[in-house]
Design a protein around this ligand. Structure first.
Ligand SMILES: *[C@@H]1O[C@H](CO)[C@@H](O)[C@H](O)[C@H]1NC(C)=O
Ligand SMILES: *[C@@H]1O[C@H](CO)[C@@H](O)[C@H](O)[C@H]1NC(C)=O
Ligand SMILES: *[C@@H]1O[C@H](CO)[C@@H](O)[C@H](O)[C@H]1NC(C)=O
Length: 548
């Protein structure tokens, strides 16, 4: 119970007292009961005197307490309460803390909830204050009800600070691009540093796809960290859709024992842990990524488990990422397209002991590489999980130590963020009611069935082709040719008319017909004989392509 111990290190009595004074009716707030200071059987666990907690209010109530309380003020929310907000909660002095009374780790953690109709995306702003803490609460961006909105992250921490903490906190449903962001300071002599991000439950964050109105990506990160010498450990990130943890440079930071899982409710997740951005001039010196578990969950997948280097994301950049980094003993399971890809790194890597034996194979059972380059497609077809381009991974400040299972690419391939959901399987048959099929030879495709394709050609011929294995074999043809299809083929029209007649027209009129006018009810294409049928009201076959 490290957190309680930390809390005790603060001048608790004074600040809880001042909080009590700030609340109009402390008795109503906590039901009049008061827990005496005492030790429990766990010598490390000391329950502080809880004179009061905040049982009702909005961001204004909390912000007023922080403003009047000054440094080290603790705003302690009562267990179970929900604080609706329409603007951010802002830390105003060093050492301030927002937490739930008694530091619970279950669903009784107090909830900060963004209200629908508001334009706020950041529920909490660390606001460049040293040593501020967000502990044991729930922060809900309420995206399902408040809606997607571009803007700052749900928790916006960091800046030129040291010692900020976000622990044992639930952060979910961000409206914007990230659930938790530790922003950099842009100041070399005053970087974001020594933060602690531990034991949080993050996600869902974002959705697959783009906003139809704005074209903006709906996806979002779980944790976006641009803070050096920081500990990011023991977090569980479920249903992030951009990167589970995005490391923006952040020299000296450690990312340990985190669990990252994609979720079918939020959809495709791009990355598990990203080391791809050129932030901090690409400086990742001393970063450690170890003992994390990255799982592509059922009904979803993670495209890239750990991406390392300037060349692996969808936006390759010319600067090479650098730094001696350690990526060890991470475990990849389930639907992960590529577990670790490295290209665009300088400085000596230790990448060992990473396990991919639990990844689903073949990769084509959960994703498609049809939008990828040739090198990526080949690696995907072979379910290659650990790949790197040796010429793009060079060590200047130490040798690279890379585990033997890595496949060395002979070609410089960029953009491994290219997997998509597999296309749904094609049907074995496709049927049309009268007046629902009309295709001319300028469009050509009549139907696509599983390993089968029917097309109308610019010479008036209608052809059924087996495409199994990419080899095209003609299985049937109408073999009634026309020279009156027009220059672009649009005069040759295949239609199942409103009268139930299946007719091929050219520029001169009907070329052939099924003769089922008045009786044809359904036109069906099949991937096997009899290939094309027109059936009547009782399902009886009236005509097949063989009758032509
Ligand atoms: C602390 O707990 C012990 C054992 O449960 C009890 O005897 C004692 O009265 C308690 N002290 C206070 C101040 O509540
Ligand atoms: C990378 O960052 C580390 C830590 O701040 C620093 O010591 C080192 O000088 C940086 N390297 C370069 C090339 O900027
Ligand atoms: C790989 O290709 C990228 C993009 O063209 C280029 O910037 C990079 O230098 C290449 N890497 C190597 C090792 O040639």
């Amino acid at each position: 119970m490290k957190i309680l111990f930390h809390a005790l290190a603060l001048p608790l009595a004074f600040h809880l007292l001042s909080l009590a004074h700030a609340i109009p009716s402390p008795e109503a707030a906590h039901g009049g009961s008061s827990q005496a200071t005492n030790t429990t059987d766990d010598a490390m666990t000391i329950t502080p005197r809880q004179s009061s907690c905040l049982s009702t209010g909005t961001q204004s109530t909390i912000n007023a307490l922080f403003s009047s309380g000054g440094a080290n003020t603790i705003v302690s929310l009562c267990p179970g309460v929900t604080i609706p907000i329409t603007a951010p909660i802002v830390f105003t002095a060093p050492g301030q803390e927002l937490s739930t009374q008694g530091y619970p780790t279950d669903s009784t953690r107090a909830t900060i909830l963004i209200q629908p109709g508001s334009t706020v995306t950041s529920a909490i702003r660390g606001n460049w204050q040293n040593n501020v803490k967000v502990l044991n609460i729930q922060v809900d961006g309420n995206r399902p009800n408040a809606g997607y909105l571009g803007g700052d992250a749900l928790l916006e921490m960091g800046g030129g600070t040291e010692g900020q903490t976000v622990s044992h906190t639930v952060v979910k449903n961000t409206r914007s691009w990230s659930c938790v962001h530790f922003i950099g300071s842009g100041q070399e002599d005053n970087p974001c540093r020594q933060a602690t991000v531990t034991f949080n439950e993050v996600g869902p964050c974002g959705h697959e796809g783009t906003d139809s109105a704005t074209g903006n990506g709906l996806w979002a990160d779980g944790l976006s960290i641009e803070c050096m010498d920081t500990m990011v450990t023991d977090n569980t990130i479920t249903g992030a859709t951009d990167g589970g943890i995005v490391i923006f440079g952040s020299p000296g930071s450690q990312f340990l024992r985190n669990t990252i899982i994609s979720s079918s409710s939020s959809g495709l997740q791009f990355g598990g842990i990203n080391m791809v951005d050129p932030t901090w001039s690409g400086n990742y010196s001393g970063v450690v990524v170890s003992a994390n578990t990255i799982t592509g969950g059922p009904g979803s997948f993670i495209n890239l488990g750990i991406g390392m280097g300037s060349q692996v994301w969808s936006n390759p950049h010319p600067e090479t990422n650098f730094g001696q980094v350690t990526v060890t003993n991470n475990v990849f399971t389930g639907n992960v397209g590529f577990s670790i890809v490295m290209n665009g790194w300088l400085g000596g890597l230790t990448v060992t002991g990473n396990s991919v034996s639990g990844v689903t194979t073949p990769s084509s059972s959960f994703a498609s590489a049809s939008g990828c380059g040739a090198v990526q497609q080949a690696a995907f077809a072979d379910s290659k999980q650990l790949v790197y381009y040796p010429a793009g991974v060079t060590g200047s400040s130490g040798p690279n130590v890379i585990q033997a299972q890595f496949t060395a690419l002979s070609t410089n391939a960029s953009n491994w963020l290219c997997l998509t959901n597999p296309a749904p399987p094609l049907p074995d048959t496709e049927s049309f009611l009268p007046n629902t099929l009309s295709v001319d030879a300028s469009t050509s495709r009549v139907v696509s069935l599983r390993d089968f394709h029917v097309q109308v050609q610019g010479d008036g011929n209608v052809v059924g082709i087996d495409t199994t294995g990419g080899v095209w074999t003609v299985k049937w043809a109408s073999s009634r040719f026309s020279s009156a299809c027009g220059p672009d083929g649009s005069q040759c029209l295949l239609a199942f008319g409103i009268d139930g007649n299946f007719v091929m027209y050219d520029g001169n009129g009907p070329l052939w017909a099924s003769g089922t006018d008045g009786s044809g009810q359904l036109l069906t294409f099949l991937r096997e004989a009899p290939w094309v049928t027109v059936t009547g009201g009782n399902g009886q076959t009236l005509w097949t392509i063989g009758n032509l």
